[in-house]
Design a protein around this ligand. Structure first.
Ligand code: NDP
Length: 401
């Protein structure tokens, strides 16, 4: 029986809290803490109503390690699940080090003033976590997260060498709003508006933002246009997959979404450079976030499905092999289960299973790890039961790209 501190009460934090409550054999005591305590209390009420469990709540500004240290010292968790924003990662890792508590997150640290999507700041903590005898798991959402684990599992069981990986993330759902982002708008828009980048034969290659795209027929979602983007898991997977020659990341967007984004960009609303407005410094993208629909507010009316997976090509026993592993998730079903849409659900469920594997020992390993460095088997054996079953196919044709 273990105690868990969840930091962040947005769309993903809500799913993590619900799913911890549903895994009462592992998570006996749950504290949900976030900057706005009212959001934690609303989630706690839903959990009491849906799953009949009480969870504790607290206000926390996790930008300052001393605040998190104080909360950890009073609640004494065995693990911290960080699903606040990427800006808090290092401050929360510091607090975990000071109190010797395991750590898990779903997104790489981001400095507030530059969009980087790099792991270097968190990888710099490897020796300190190892010396403290505690485990830090990085990027245990869906992508990064479950997709990295698909690659590790395929490497372990299906391939001698994986030569190419294409991670494909499709949201074929509809939330009924003209423009909204499915997770934190600031992080989402930063990610999409940066230059595209993929890795081929030892080199990073750049493309103009969203300039490379192609249609793909996603199982249960249909034909969608997907766009090549940079995504943080490429950085860790190139280091951990044997024989890799190319890795790319693709995400689907509708024309409607891209038109809104282009207009917002053209008028300067997606900039992260502060401007002065009526005597105050404001960051346009943060202001935009304040006027856009809250991602968690989209959940109640979301319909349709997501399909996220990995298309892998390589060799096994001297013969070419091709594998497509994916999960399909239904927005409305997620809402019925945990009051969330599928983007938050597909992020939160792997985080909870990852935390469970640390607490029960399978993933307990002092140091700082990306998920593909850990044994994929216990994760793959249980993730279906936790709500994200996977499908494995051997396509006859190569990826049409
Ligand atoms: P939201 O913006 O919905 O929620 C973030 C939460 O963190 C809010 O409750 C916010 O509080 C809280 N928060 C922000 N700053 C602080 C702080 N200083 N101290 C304490 N709490 C704080 O984001 P999501 O739930 O959509 O996303 C959560 C994380 O999951 C993000 O890091 C995102 O990048 C990651 N993610 C990962 C994915 C993956 O597959 N790996 C996919 C999707 C998301 P307040 O309400 O007061 O603003």
């Amino acid at each position: 029986m273990s105690r868990v501190l969840i930091i962040g009460a947005g769309g993903v934090g809500g799913v993590v809290a619900h799913k911890c409550a549903m895994n009462s054999d592992v998570f006996s005591d749950i504290l949900l803490a976030s900057r706005t305590v009212a959001k934690c209390e609303a989630i706690a009420r839903d959990i009491a109503e849906l799953h009949g469990r009480r969870i504790a709540t607290a206000a926390l500004d996790a930008d300052r390690p001393e605040n998190t240290i104080r909360l950890i010292e009073s609640f004494r968790p065995d693990i911290v699940i960080n699903v606040a924003l990427p800006y808090q990662d290092l401050a929360i890792m510091e607090a975990c080090l000071a109190t010797r508590v395991h750590y898990l997150d779903t997104a790489n640290y981001e400095p507030p003033d530059v969009a980087k999507f790099e792991y270097k700041w968190q990888w710099a903590y490897r020796e300190r976590f190892a010396a403290a005898g505690i485990t830090a798991i990085l990027g245990c959402g869906f992508d990064p997260g479950q997709t990295n684990i698909y690659c590790a599992w395929a490497q372990k069981h299906r391939f001698d060498e994986i030569h190419t990986i294409d991670i494909m993330d499709c949201n074929a759902g509809s939330h009924g709003q003209p423009f909204a982002t499915n997770f934190n708008p600031e992080i989402n828009i930063r990610e999409i508006t940066q230059r595209g980048r993929y890795w081929e034969r030892g080199e990073w290659r750049e493309t103009e933002p969203l300039s490379v795209h192609a249609p793909f027929d996603f199982p249960e979602c249909g034909v969608r246009e997907m766009y090549l983007m940079y995504h943080e898991e490429l950085e860790s997977l190139v280091q951990h997959i044997r024989g890799l020659r190319r890795i790319r990341f693709w995400m689907t967007f509708s024309q409607e979404y891209l038109t809104h984004l282009r207009v917002l960009q053209n008028v300067g609303m997606t900039s992260i450079t502060p401007i002065e407005f009526e005597g105050k410094q404001i960051v346009p993208l943060q202001f935009l976030k304040a006027v856009l629909p809250k991602p968690e507010s989209l959940a109640a009316h979301y319909t349709g499905k997501t399909n996220i997976g990995c298309w892998l090509e390589g060799v096994k026993d001297g013969r070419p092999r091709r594998l497509y592993i994916y999960n399909v998730c239904d927005h409305a079903a997620c809402y019925r289960e945990v009051r969330a849409q599928a983007i938050s659900y597909t992020t939160g469920v792997p985080a909870v299973l990852g935390a469970k594997l640390v607490l029960t020992g399978a993933w307990r390993r002092p140091g700082v790890w990306n998920v593909e460095q850990l044994d994929p088997d216990p994760f793959m054996a249980e993730i279906g039961r936790q709500g994200l079953p996977w499908v494995e196919t051997e396509p006859a044709q190569p990826l049409p790209l």
